[in-house]
Design a protein around this ligand. Structure first.
Ligand code: URA
Length: 198
């Protein structure tokens, strides 16, 4: 069983393989009332070492783009679908994603973000529950029900994609720009009234 206080999972042994491969549980960071919630796949080596999501090379790409659109890392929330580093950075399995889903749902419920930005294929397919070509669909916004509540989800390529494929830089930049716009659609509190007409 896991425990979650202040959105922080302090112990969890649901995924035996990940318990073996992790050094620590990597929880989300950022304010609990952030307007934007970024959701990645799972911690990599640096994140596992430092206990914070997106602190490696992908994190630098994300940070830089956030600054460009006036969204500082300190003002957004950043989390992952799974909170423990998979062995050799493999994708989390369906079972591992499901094991960790409750923590993510609690985080989303607590935050009530104006927009959830999924970074890459794994979080996008996990939350939309369908197969997605993120490079084709990046920048599009969908309504998704999470625990029965409609949430606005923006599809984005993973920041690491820009490191392997320069042509993804613009796609990534445009999606992050869109996230900033959606977070400030009408300047009012709470995202739930803003789902109309996106
Ligand atoms: N990639 C992810 O998906 N999450 C991280 O925290 C770091 C890299």
């Amino acid at each position: 069983m896991g425990t979650m206080e202040d959105l922080c999972v302090t112990e969890c042994t649901r995924c035996p393989k990940l318990v073996e491969s992790r050094s620590r549980i990597v929880n989300g960071t950022g304010p609990e009332d952030a307007d934007v919630l970024f959701v990645g796949e799972g911690p990599g080596a640096q994140e596992d070492e430092q206990g914070e999501p997106f602190v490696g090379r992908s994190g630098s790409v994300l940070d830089e783009q956030l600054r460009t659109v006036g969204l500082d890392r300190e003002t957004v929330r950043i989390t992952n679908c799974v909170r423990c580093r998979p062995p050799e950075n493999r994708d989390p399995t369906k079972k591992e994603l499901e094991n960790c889903r409750g923590y993510l749902e609690t985080e989303i419920d607590r935050l009530e973000p104006d927009v959830i930005v999924t970074l890459g294929k794994v979080p996008t397919e996990h939350l939309l529950d369908r197969s997605v070509s993120v490079t084709k669909e990046a920048g599009s916004v969908e309504e998704v029900r999470i625990e029965g509540t409609p949430r606005r989800l923006l599809i984005c390529v993973h920041p690491a994609a820009t490191l392997y494929d320069r042509s993804q830089e613009e796609t990534f930049a445009d999606a992050i720009q869109r996230a900033a716009e959606l977070a400030d659609v009408d300047g009012s509190e709470g995202g739930q009234t803003r789902l109309d007409g996106f």
